[in-house]
Design a protein around this ligand. Structure first.
Ligand SMILES: [Zn+2]
Length: 150
């Protein structure tokens, strides 16, 4: 890494890719003890004081801040719940909750409206103008499932 890279290095773009859980190397259902255990190992490994080689300080410093932030959020039950909720919201955007991929011809068509029966038993209503737009994602109003219509 040269000096120019150092100055332009912005951690923010990477921060939003990584969840606090992945920073701590834990699953989302990890217990407090697991989080704490991993946190302590990571802190030892990445603590700025432990790094003396030139060039590594900068990255380690940033990494340490993220590890610290992750643990401080997840160790607090209330903050963790809020964080989990925000993760859930985020995962909706990248479509990881998609339960089924449906072709238009597989939808039930009744009285000008398309329907798909969700696994929760509810009928997801899909209007024709949504389908006209091509590939689209529709969320069930009863549960959090999404279907992708092609
Ligand atoms: Zn549903």
């Amino acid at each position: 890494m040269n000096m120019e890279d150092k100055q332009e290095f912005t951690p923010s773009s990477q921060q939003c890719e990584q969840s606090f859980y992945s920073i701590l190397g834990c699953d989302q259902d990890a217990t407090f003890d697991e989080l704490k255990h991993n946190y302590q190992i990571l802190v030892k490994k990445h603590h700025p004081d432990k790094q003396t080689q030139e060039g590594i300080d900068f990255i380690s410093d940033d990494k340490f801040v993220m590890i610290d932030k992750a643990f401080k959020t997840l160790k607090d039950e209330k903050a963790r719940k809020e964080y989990d909720a925000s993760l859930l919201h985020g995962s909706f955007d990248n479509s990881s909750l998609i339960y089924a991929e449906i072709e238009k011809k597989d939808l039930n068509f009744v009285m000008g409206v398309f329907y798909f029966t969700c696994r929760c038993g509810d009928n997801i209503e899909i209007t024709e103008d949504i389908i006209e737009e091509g590939e689209c994602i529709v969320e069930c109003s009863e549960c959090t499932n999404c279907i992708l219509i092609k």
